[in-house]
Write a new protein. Structure first.
Length: 137
């Protein structure tokens, strides 16, 4: 599973670099708080994103971080699989005011954007069509 997430991470990082969008990812998280999201993407407002491969599991601490950030008014996303990364990139392009490469802003494509909790941007979770991430108990 880790290899799949590494591949998704590389794809996301390459695309963000191509778009000129700054991001941060902790590579060695031993001294970081448990569950802190994988990425902070410098948009306005910033995006906190937890990246999961298809079939990946969200830990309790990861869910708590995402929920806490969203409750504090931040954009906190769970991004699942390649389709989720593509949707995240479209969202970043829209937030930055530029069309994504290979398409115009607007519709998010074949995947779906799930709003968990309220209808605010801070509670969006980007998931591929027909899938949901499970939460570890």
């Amino acid at each position: 599973m880790r290899e799949l997430e590494d591949g998704l991470a590389g794809f996301l990082e390459d695309r963000l670099a191509m778009a000129g969008v700054a991001w941060y990812h902790t590579y060695r998280s031993r001294r970081s708080p448990e569950g802190f999201p994988d990425y902070v993407i410098r948009t306005r407002p910033p995006i906190f994103a937890e990246l999961k491969a298809d079939g990946g599991t969200l830990s309790r601490s990861q869910a708590e971080w995402l929920e806490g950030l969203a409750a504090g008014g931040q954009v906190a996303l769970l991004v699942v699989g390649h389709d989720g990364v593509e949707q995240l990139l479209r969202l970043v392009a829209r937030m930055e005011g530029a069309p994504p490469r290979g398409g115009a802003p607007g519709r998010l494509g074949a995947g779906r954007l799930t709003i968990a909790g309220g209808a605010s941007l801070s509670s969006w979770a980007v998931l591929p069509a027909g899938q949901s991430a499970s939460r570890a108990g």
